[in-house]
Structure formats: C-alpha cells, structure tokens
Design a binder for this molecule. Structure first.
Ligand SMILES: Nc1ncnc2c1ncn2[C@@H]1O[C@H](COP(=O)(O)OP(=O)(O)OP(=O)(O)O)[C@@H](O)[C@H]1O
Ligand SMILES: [Mg+2]
Length: 237
C-alpha cells in the first residue's frame, strides 16, 4: 500500500509525521519505505540526518541510475528511506510525472510505502496524490488551515483517489471536540490522529533526531504510534 501525506498549507507537520510514522510502522511490520515526495524542496534526508546516495534523483527518473541504488537501507531496521534530492537547476528540466511509475514500481517490494508529499495543490502534489493508493491529509486545527485542507480532499475525490483520513497536528490544549467533529463531518472521513502542539517536536527537528526515539513517552510519540497501529491494521496495545 502506498500512502501519501499531503497538506494544502506548508509547515503543518507532514515531514515530521512521515519520518516518525514510518519509524513506528517499521516496528510493527517488515519492509517499510519512506519516500521524499517534495523533490523540489527535499527535507526528509535532513530530518533523518542522512546523506542521499544519489545527488540528482533526476538520473533515476531518466534511466541513468537505478532506483535500488538510491534507496538507503542500513539506517534503521526494517525501514528504507528514499531521499530524492534534485538540484534546483535541474528540477525544472525533468519530467516529474515519471515519478509516479518509479514509485509504483516499488509497491511489490514493500509492505507499506509512506510518501512525504509537498504542500499545496500544484503539479508536485498532484503527482504525489496520483501515485498513492490512499492519501492522508495533514492539517492544523485553525479554521483557515482546515478550509484549505478541505480543497485537497475535494481534488482527491475528483481524481478518484481515496482519502484514508485526516491527521490534525499542532493542536493546542484548548481545542475542543467540536472542531474535530466538524472536520470529520466536512471531510467525510475519519480523524486518524490528533497530535498536540509541543515544542519538543521543534527541538527534535533542530537536532535531527526522531521524536519517537528521543522521547518515546511524549504524547506526540504515543499518538503517532497509535496511528501506526491503525495504518498497519493492528489492534492498538
Ligand atoms: N506537533 C507539533 N508541535 C510543534 N511543532 C511541530 C509539530 N509538528 C511539527 N512541528 C514543527 O513545525 C515545523 C514544520 O514541520 P514539518 O517540516 O514537519 O512540516 P511540513 O508540513 O513537512 O512542512 P513543508 O510544507 O514545508 O514540507 C517544524 O519546525 C516542526 O518541528
Ligand atoms: Mg515537509
């Protein structure tokens, strides 16, 4: 299964969730792959603090390098990472739609693929949406963010791409059940998780350390772990 994390607004927490969710999944299931979908502004390799094995992923898209040689396998057990860094000077010269077939060709080799998608509703997001079996929409709980995230849901519906659910991130303590219930109604899809706003996320991002490893008992880590059980189809223990 390929799941793409998408948001309409930037900075809502997709990369943080993609990295930590894929790590949580790797403890529940074999063969997890996490993919950089925002190849214009790659940041997954930064949050994992890894060096991409291929400096220009355009070479893979154009058949001059093998996808297998771009995948980093020896960083965490059961978790492969595809950083997809593309220098900005070649970014505009490539046929980005080739990304769809390249990622889909990996589906049989992995039990779950998590794609850290780009923000917005432009071409890169549509590509990351089209290659997914299901998308997971990430939003913050404030009304303008929710309204723009809803556009993404409508685009997915129009393209016949299924939405697995919504993750509401950076939720302040005063946000009540009301707004969450409204999200479920507007999006007509379940809320997969509600992740609190906590400066520990920022600290881990800065230190390039996954929060579920640094602070396994933090509420963010526990909630991402619970989401992982859901995505893996396992009962939460
Ligand atoms: N639950 C949280 N609480 C507080 N800060 C958070 C939380 N989740 C993420 N952040 C912080 O928000 C910032 C943006 O996070 P992140 O890069 O994961 O978002 P993004 O949606 O991937 O952004 P972009 O759209 O630019 O790709 C980072 O500094 C991160 O540490
Ligand atoms: Mg990101």
């Amino acid at each position: 299964m390929i799941y793409t994390l998408l948001s309409n607004r930037g900075g809502v927490g997709k990369t943080t969730i993609a990295a930590n969710l894929s790590l949580a999944l790797s403890r529940l299931k074999e063969k997890i792959l996490v993919v950089e979908g925002d190849f214009g502004a790659a940041s997954l390799y930064l949050i994992f603090d890894i060096k991409p094995k291929i400096n220009n992923f355009k070479d893979v898209l154009e058949g001059r390098a093998y996808i297998e040689d771009a995948i980093i396998e020896d960083f965490y057990p059961n978790l492969s990472i595809l950083p997809n860094k593309i220098p900005i000077k070649t970014f505009f010269e490539m046929d980005a739609f080739k990304f769809i077939d390249v990622i889909k060709s990996l589906a049989n080799n992995f039990s779950i693929i998590i794609v850290d998608g780009p923000a917005g509703i432009g071409k890169p997001s549509l590509i990351s949406m089209k290659l997914a079996d299901e998308i997971i929409i990430v939003t913050n709980p404030n009304p303008p963010a929710v309204t723009s995230a809803l556009k993404l849901k409508k685009i997915a519906d129009a393209l016949n791409v299924r939405t697995r659910g919504v993750i509401v991130n950076k939720v302040p303590p005063n946000v009540g059940r009301g707004i969450l219930r409204q999200i479920e109604i507007y999006f007509d899809t379940p809320i997969l998780g509600v992740i609190p706003d906590d400066h520990k996320a920022e600290e881990c991002y800065r230190r390039k350390r996954p929060i579920i490893i640094e602070y396994p008992n933090n509420t963010i880590s526990k909630e991402i772990n619970r989401i992982a059980y859901d995505v893996a189809g396992r009962d939460y223990e």
